[in-house]
Each structure stands twice: as C-alpha cells, then as structure tokens.
Design a binder for this molecule. Structure first.
Ligand code: AMP
Length: 394
C-alpha cells in the first residue's frame, strides 16, 4: 500500500474516515476534543499539499434517526479552532447536493459531512451506501482507529471502490505503537488490567497470559478472583458466573509461569459513595456490609514494585472507583508509577476509555509512551484478532 507521507494530494478530493465520536454536554458542546486533535495531522497533510479534505465520521448511536444531539455540526467550531481555518458542514453525507458542493471546492478546503449513522446502512455495511460515499472522492484515507474492529460501510466495505487508499497518520501511529507492545516487547512485560468487570476482558486477559511476565489485576474485577479463592469480600462487586473462570485464569497463569498479582488489601466503604463509613482491610477479610472501592496501600506498594521492574507496560482499566476522590488513590498511584517507569526507560501503552480519563484526571497524559484512541479496537488488536478495517486496506 502507498504511504500517505509521500503522496501529493493536489486537487484530490480526499475522503477521510475520522473518529469524531466525542462526548458532548447537554447543550451539545464538546467536552473532550482529544479525538478531534488526533485527526488533525492527517487533515493537515491532505490540505497542505492541495487536497480537498472531506471528513466522514459517526457520532454516538443515533440508530438511523436524525437528531441534533448526534449531528456532526456540533464539532464544526472545535475543528475550525484547531485547524485555524473555516470548515464547511453539510447536513447529509451522500447524494447529489453533497456531490455538487464538493465539486465546487478549491484546494485546501475542509468539509465535514453529517453523521454516517443517520443511515442504518453504515453499521450493516451496505455496499450501495459504501459506493455512494466512495463516489464523492478520488482518494480514501482511514484514520479512525476507534472503529477499526467494526465492519462498517465507511471503514471496510468502501475500500474496494478506491485504487488510491491510505492509512492516516493516527492509524499508522496506533498500529506502530500497539505492535511495539505486543509483537516484540522488551521484557519484563507487565499488563495491568482493572475496571469494573472481568466479563468484557476475559479474552484479553487469557491472551495476555500467553505474552506477559506479570499480570496485575486491580479494580472491581479483582474481587471475583478473591472470592474464587475463598476470601470474604463483603458487598464488593463480583461476578458469580465468572468464579470458575477466575480460577482457570489463575491456574493458566501458574502453568505458564506468569506472575499474577492480585491486591492484598482494599479500601472499603459502607456505601457506594464518599459519605459512607470507610475502612481499609485485608482484601480477603472485608466486613459483611462493606464494599471494596479501591486497592489499599500495601497493594499499591506491591504493584509499584512490579511496575518499576518492567520494561514494557500495558494498562487498561482503573484500580478503583477513581471518579470519586476518596477512592482514586490506587489509580493515581499506579498512574504515577507507570509514568516513573516510563521516565526510567520503560515503554508504556495506556488505552481504553476509563484508563485514559484517569491518566488525564491526574495530568499524566504526557508522561506515558502512548495513549491509544481505541477502546474495543485496541483490546481486539492486542488479543491478536484481525481488525476488519485494517484487513480491508491490505
Ligand atoms: P471498565 O469499563 O470495565 O474499565 O470499568 C471502569 C469502571 O470501573 C469505572 O467507572 C470505575 O469506577 C469502576 N470500578 C473500578 N473499581 C471498582 C470497584 N472496586 N467497585 C466498583 N466499580 C469499580
């Protein structure tokens, strides 16, 4: 495949699949523009060499219905601010009006088309919808890593209609960084997995056991492991139907010589909130009416020792209910430890919505090696699955 870096986009109508699926306030203001920022280098590459950038994306889950809450007009101003130039917005993404508007544009213009998911055809991967999108342009770029694990019209089906197609700069960067962590990691290699539940992360945990030296498990999911071992976890979150699986994971880790590290103590509260009675205890001895909401100080130390001795670190999922200040210490300390290991030469990759929000909450986003923009896509890539949007380009 061609490389975007050497291509001259002069007068090329260039369809760029970006990921502008950003969070909005009640009155439709962008609260976190990271995904828009991440798309800027590719857009600039196209317009600075004289191309016409036609941006397509989804926003939220409108399920085929047009609503102002899901309109990509909501991101127009933010994009203009970042690009320092006007951006046109069209209230549709296909059709003759869109086509004639694009055909009248001069080199260097940027146009945002309306939410692809206002058409159900996008998510079902409809071939004629993909063709209508493809008809708008001469060249195609996919720079939406966040949806790369989905086989949709605009990111997978569409590629067959273009001779000239590229991965965008963000996509290249994601693939490069994920490969760095997973294909040839410098050892010791440590994965830190947290978050509320094991259920969404079973496959990643099982596949990481094949690759890592250390597997640190924190957050709500740790209590299922503790319960499986016979510990008393009080009212802590756990998944009854995953107890056996937790046992299997521990056994598999042992069989493969992987060091699996669970928290040893827990910060517990009498209610899910900051106004309950709080106590720290051995994680296997939580009082009946208390729930564990963060890892305790001994666990923080235990995890830090492993992290400081690691050369490659992957982190997905918080260590506790970090959104509440009283239970954010475990996540903050682990974030600081990952940052410190990084400044000492380790390679660190952080991904998945909540770990990214956590690292930002503690202002450490510049202290890790790479923050992936993909949640599900990152996890599936790390599991070794083939992502449809990447395969479609090869
Ligand atoms: P996930 O989407 O699975 O990564 O889970 C992230 C969520 O897990 C965050 O909103 C955390 O507040 C929550 N979480 C982490 N630790 C716990 C815990 N011990 N009990 C309940 N929820 C937790």
């Amino acid at each position: 495949m061609n490389n975007i870096a050497n291509f001259d986009f002069k007068n090329k109508r260039t369809l760029i699949r970006v990921d502008f699926n950003v969070p909005l306030t009640e009155d439709n203001k962008v609260t976190d523009n990271s995904r828009i920022i991440a798309a800027i280098p590719t857009i600039k590459k196209v317009i600075s060499t004289g191309g016409i950038a036609i941006l397509i994306s989804h926003l939220g889950r409108p399920k085929g219905k047009k609503t102002s809450k899901h309109s990509l007009s909501n991101i127009q101003k933010d994009l203009e601010k970042l690009l320092l130039q006007p951006v046109a917005f069209l209230d549709d993404c296909i059709g003759s009006k869109v086509q004639s508007f694009i055909n009248k544009q001069n080199a260097g213009s940027v146009i945002v088309l309306e939410n692809l998911r206002f058409y159900n055809e996008e998510e079902i991967g409809d071939i004629s919808f993909a063709k209508k999108l493809a008809n708008l342009a001469d060249v195609y770029i996919n720079d939406a890593f966040g949806t790369a694990h989905r086989q949709h019209a605009s990111n997978s089906v569409i590629t067959q209609f273009f001779k000239t197609k590229f991965f965008g700069l963000l996509m290249q960067n994601e693939i490069f960084n994920l490969d760095k962590a997973i294909k040839n990691p410098t050892k010791p290699f440590t994965a830190i997995i947290g978050g509320a539940k094991i259920s969404g992360k079973i496959e990643i945990v099982l596949s990481l056991i094949e690759k890592v030296d250390n597997l640190i498990i924190g957050g709500g999911m740790a209590y299922t492991f503790v319960k499986a071992r016979g510990g008393a976890i009080g009212n802590s979150i756990y998944e009854k139907d995953k107890l056996e699986l937790a046992d299997r994971i521990i056994q598999k880790a042992k069989d493969r010589g992987v060091n699996i590290i669970l928290p040893t103590d827990s910060v517990n509260s009498s209610k899910f909130g900051e106004d309950g009675a709080i106590q720290t205890s051995d994680i296997e001895k939580i009082s009946p009416n208390y729930m564990g909401l963060d890892i305790g100080p001994k666990s923080i130390q235990l995890f830090k020792n492993v992290i400081q001795n690691s050369k490659t670190i992957i982190w997905n999922g918080p260590m506790g209910v970090f959104e509440m200040d009283l239970f954010s210490k475990g996540t903050e300390q682990i974030a600081l430890s990952v940052s410190k290991a990084t400044s000492n030469g380790a390679y660190s990759l952080v991904g998945g919505g909540d770990s990214v929000s956590a690292i930002k909450k503690f202002n450490l986003e510049n202290n890790v090696s790479y923050i992936s923009t993909g949640g599900g896509a990152m996890i599936e890539y790390l599991e070794g699955k083939k992502l449809p949007a990447i395969e479609a380009m090869l």
